[in-house]
Design a protein around this ligand. Structure first.
Ligand SMILES: [Ca+2]
Ligand SMILES: [Ca+2]
Length: 312
């Protein structure tokens, strides 16, 4: 009896091909699904990283505003802070905000109230780290005296209070070629004065006044007065007195703060310098009066914002 095999060879090959094709399709579909899952995970991680970086960037920029606010509330910030030392504002693991002041000129914050400082901020948010910096400068208007270095001779200065003579002097100078001397004084009430623009003087503001003095054959007591006239307070005088030693041999620097307080509009202001001790001659050079830098606040210098290179 001749039995016919249940499947012919060609039928077996056909079924094998179908099985192989089915398995291949299954593997391909599975691989595609796995790939899709991996891509989604990568995209999620990438999106999270971008979100962290964006949050980090905005946080860092917000720290600049926060630091400026803290500095405005700390008039003695030049002694409270140390150049190059980070200050932590807030922090938990992987998330921290901090800022730092740096004096790029000499590394010392407290040796000159007019030095600019660079504010560095550092933000770390969920693994993202950003550092930015910007230069800050005191909001000062500079010297309010037009001829404080006396290099224009006696221009802007005049005698006051009695018989005396104001001279441009080139034999006694602190810097430059000229100083201004008050000589032939017949009383200790005589003085030299220079007018300021009333618009430059604000009631309640602090002004740092500095100058160099040398005298002839004596140690003067220098009285510096800021005389202010306003519509409601009349004329008021704000002053400081500095007894000097060895001013007959060397140029001596005097410095102090003047704080005029008056009501109404200021209509006139002048600076008066006199020796209240005697009628001997004295000479002045490099005089200045400036809005107090520490109290004037800080402002961002345009064009100095930059992203810092990360250390790691
Ligand atoms: Ca400095
Ligand atoms: Ca000079």
């Amino acid at each position: 009896m001749n039995h016919k095999p249940p499947f012919s060879r060609s039928a077996v090959r056909r079924r094998g091909g179908i099985y192989f094709a089915t398995m291949s399709a299954t593997v391909i579909v599975t691989l595609l699904a796995l790939t899709a899952i991996i891509v989604v995970r990568i995209q999620r991680r990438s999106t999270a990283a971008v979100a962290s970086a964006t949050t980090c960037r905005f946080t860092a920029q917000s720290i600049i505003d926060l630091a400026l606010h803290k500095l405005s509330e700390t008039p003695n910030w030049r002694t409270e802070y140390t150049s190059g030392s980070w200050v932590l504002v807030a922090g938990i693991p992987d998330n921290s905000w901090s800022y730092m002041l740096e004096d790029e000129k000499d590394g010392l914050l407290d040796n000159d109230p007019y030095d600019a400082v660079r504010l560095h901020v550092r933000a770390e948010v969920d693994g993202a780290l950003r550092l930015y910096s910007v230069l800050l400068r005191p909001k000062v208007t500079g010297n309010l005296l037009s001829n404080g270095d006396m290099e224009s001779g006696t221009v802007g200065w005049t005698e006051y209070g009695g018989s005396c003579q104001l001279i441009a002097c080139d034999s006694k100078t602190h810097t430059g070629k000229w100083s201004t001397g008050l000589v032939n004084r017949e009383s200790k009430e005589t003085a030299m004065i220079t007018y300021l623009s009333p618009d430059d003087i604000t009631s309640g503001a602090s002004y740092l006044c500095e100058m160099w003095i040398i005298s002839e054959k004596h140690d003067p007591d220098i009285r510096v007065e800021l005389v202010v006239t306003s519509t409601l307070s009349g004329t008021k005088t704000f002053e400081f007195i500095k007894p000097l030693h060895e001013a007959d041999k060397f140029w001596i620097k005097i410095s102090d703060t003047l704080k005029p307080v008056c009501d109404g509009s200021i209509t006139s202001a002048y600076l008066k310098i006199r020796d209240k001790k005697s009628d001997m001659d004295y000479y002045v050079d490099d005089a200045s009066i400036k809005l107090d830098a520490d109290l004037a606040g800080l402002s961002i210098v345009t064009g100095t914002f930059r992203q810092e290179i990360l250390d790691n």
